[in-house]
Design a protein around this ligand. Sequence first.
Ligand code: ADP
Length: 482
Amino acid sequence: MDILFAASEAHPLVKTGGLADVAGSLPRAIKNSQTEIRLILPAYPAAITNAGKLKPVAELKLPGTTTPVRLLQGWLPHTRVRLYLVDAPEYFDRPGGLYSAPQGGDWPDNADRFALFARAVCSVAMNRTGLEWQPGVVHCNDWQTGLVPALLSLEKERPATLFTVHNLAYQGLFERDRFQALRLPDDWWSMDKLEFHHQVSFIKGGLVFADRINTVSPAYAQEIRTAEFGCGLEGLLEYRSNTLTGILNGVDYQVWSPGRDSSLPYAYTAHRPAAKLKNKCALQKAFGLPVEPGLLLFGHVGRLVEQKGIDLILQLVPKLLQRSMQLVILGTGHRDLENLLRQANSLHPEHIGIRIDYDEKLAHLLEAGSDSFLMPSRFEPCGLNQLYSLRYGTPPVVRSTGGLADSVVDATDANLLQGAATGFVFKNANSRDLLQAIDRALELYARPDAWKTLMQTGMREDFSWTRSAAAYRDLYTRLLDP
Ligand code: ADP
């Protein structure tokens, strides 16, 4: 089986969120003696630097552009996964974010950038680059690769296509003039193809044209067929429901295990969890909080956006101050949320520690040093931080949605009795329900033996990629032999 895996970010080359964690670890887990899988990414400057040794292997002639495009070949670091970087300096060699300019806001030419990337992916997929290799399946991820299944549908002898939705809320929507400038077939400007409310939708390229669609948890695969979670695409997803499945993401335990995490000052395991407390003290110091080993320390890491329910936590600040607890948050995102968090920190420095930053190492310490991880997401396609929290003995408090619902077992009396509980689950996205779950966590924390059992149950759960990789191999097989 030969697979081409196309994504717009992959750890450790470039990362803005969970997609990078998946694209950086799933291909390695999928690759085995029967499955060759190669990764293709845009050649952003950081990707070139972090990839190490690269060599140019092809000059690409792409429709609709005269800009020079080269294909660079290397390896995904520390793996045997072949890496291709699409080197188009005019489109990808610039300072700033992967999708946004240094001063904020999307790059104005994002439609052109990811259309060019899609065309380069198709060129490799159709074996037109002189690599003498043709995949049987092209596995695309999120809107940045949405045009790939659409463009491949125009080819005769084409590979099968799988489109994975990591987050339906980001759709790659652009004005009509972009559609014209990209010279896409005229009949794609229709509701049943790429048009979405008078704009061109890149994600629809994947959702309409891919042979199969999947998403990153079974629960989210169901949810996106409803108006509450479908972002206006629920009708299309319902229509395609016989080709839509959900596979829960896995965790790269080589990177995320408290027993061998080089970012942590103190290692610990489920069997010997005692040193977790030393990490807690280090975390309290790092955030300028009083070092209080006995207070329940809640933590959160993530993009500061409405999806993640940070506003629900902020609404609760006055109530949280009345409880014996501390809170630390690491994140970047919307300016107003950043400012409200800074304000909470300056008003209540004894209780609330805030770091507005993107800091990989600190994220690891926060997972290890917190007692419990808050994840009150309004929706969560899979979510990785709750999976990390489970492994780090940091029982998460989560809303029952998407991958959170699929991975955390609520600490009800019955589940506690059976030794199955791993965290605290609440139903509705409001601060009252969140507070009830926080209070349940505080109550259980006051019973050290019960808390230790909860921690250890989560730490022993296995969310490694092995199972998910086998499920993806199954999907590929079904695509190759429908
Ligand atoms: P999403 O993909 O919606 O951002 P996930 O929970 O799936 O959410 O994955 C987020 C990933 O990004 C995790 O690995 C998390 O640790 C990381 N991350 C997010 N924000 C930060 C930050 N400010 N500093 C360090 N890591 C972060």
